[in-house]
Design a protein around this ligand. Structure first.
Ligand code: MLT
Length: 407
């Protein structure tokens, strides 16, 4: 008799963004003529630049000719793309061998799947607030334990509070896998070199592994802030980095990302290269490689022109972030993030809960955002706005908040 994976039963409600979509739909059913302005999910909106479209087009046209047609490719990714990514890291001063790079269909998938190469007895640490995928994927694997008072018993939550710049505190007990996201989703906080150094040194000392989500690193303009964890000495021995073309190049729908598993990475019971081989084994078994069209597009993003043109779209979103930040500050709201990061994290006014503020913002200003409570216990009392959106939409949203939100 078949049985279910009971771990699913301990997952909380719906996935955060599905819940927001559901509530917005209910609002729109009741307010048929209302125009809702969406600053909720971090979903790219701007058209791709010509150089990247040409790359994607090249991928399509290759399929039209029997001499250039390709079917399944290497599960680890197109050799040219892995080499181009390796060069891109090299230009950043970071040494990554193409064999350490695994191209995938995105950072969300990889960040959910990566823990499968680690034993189920590993203790997982996440920041609080946290991108929900890190938690839920580990809960599904059985590493969560009982859910009580807003937290899973077996997961260690590292408080990311206003007083420590929303960067997680170092663990004060044994943990084995530590998820860090910088620039951070949801708080928009960006780790400094020193903050990352402390985690890398802690991980090296305690033989823990850091899973570093760098999906938003392209938004870092400040040269002093690290864009890759491998900028920190020793990180090759203790960190996996996951990144993506989604937010960098508007590939949220195209789907393309990558994960780096360095040869030097070791755990308590593994040798050099073993984790790389395990991730390779996992991918070759459960993944058939990223789309050849998307990978051709990825190569175009990595070209000089592609990087310049994609950078211009990043600048566009960052101007949105600035408009949101300044617009809210003018109203006297307490605002964080939005600098070197596309998320704006605000303290809800008058002690409102995150979901109360969600309803208020939707009803009064017709703006959809993301309740901080959806990212963890310590997200309660905060709210996230995303800078991904058309400029006109962002301007209208800020205007509507300024004119209609009663605070
Ligand atoms: C978000 O809004 O947090 C992101 O869009 C989620 C994601 O990238 O999966």
């Amino acid at each position: 008799m078949a049985t279910i994976n009971k771990n699913y039963k301990t997952l909380q409600a719906g996935y955060l963004f599905s819940e927001i979509a559901k509530r917005t739909k209910v609002f729109l059913e009741k307010n048929k003529d209302a125009k809702v302005l969406r600053l909720g999910i971090g979903n790219t909106t701007e058209a791709l630049p010509k150089s990247v479209i040409d790359g994607l087009g090249l991928g399509v046209s290759k399929l039209a000719n029997v001499d250039t047609y390709t079917g399944y490719g290497d599960e680890q990714g197109d050799t040219r793309l892995r080499a181009a990514l390796s060069t891109w890291y090299k230009n950043m001063g970071v040494r990554i061998d193409p064999l350490e790079i695994f191209v995938s269909d995105g950072a969300k998938t990889d960040s959910a799947n990566i823990s499968s190469i680690f034993g189920n007895d590993n203790v997982v640490a996440v920041s609080d607030p946290v991108y929900p995928v890190y938690v839920d994927s580990n809960v599904i694997q059985g590493r969560g334990g009982e859910f009580k008072n807003g937290r899973y018993k077996n997961i260690v939550y590292l408080d990311s509070l206003e007083e420590n710049g929303f960067f997680p505190k170092l663990p004060d007990k044994k943990v084995d896998l530590i998820y860090i996201c910088s620039p951070n989703n949801p708080t928009g906080a960006v780790a400094t070199r020193d903050q990352l150094k402390r985690f890398v040194n802690w991980a090296l000392k305690h033989k823990a592994i850091i899973i570093f989500d760098a999906a938003y690193s392209f938004f870092i303009k400040d040269k002093n802030l690290p864009r890759s964890i491998y900028e920190i000495p020793g990180a090759r021995k203790c960190a996996i980095e996951i990144s993506s073309f989604s937010k960098w190049a508007g590939f949220t729908g195209v789907r393309l990302g990558w994960t780096i598993v360095p040869m030097d990475l070791i755990t308590q019971n593994s040798k050099k290269g073993e984790l790389n081989a395990m991730w390779n084994r996992r991918q070759t078994t459960m993944f058939n490689g990223a789309s050849n069209i998307a990978q051709e597009g990825g190569l175009a993003v990595l070209s000089k022109k592609g990087q310049r043109e994609s950078g211009e779209i990043i600048d566009y979103y960052m101007e949105n972030a600035r408009l949101i930040r300044v617009g809210l500050e003018k109203m006297g709201l307490k605002v964080f993030g939005g600098k070197n990061a596309p998320y704006i994290w605000l303290k809800t006014p008058n002690g409102l809960s995150s979901w109360e503020f969600f309803d208020k913002l939707l009803n009064e200003a017709r703006v959809v955002g993301t309740p901080g409570a959806g990212f963890g216990l310590l997200g309660e009392g905060y709210f996230r706005l995303s800078a991904f959106g058309h400029r006109e939409n962002v301007k209208q949203a800020i205007k509507s908040i300024q004119e209609n939100l009663k605070i």
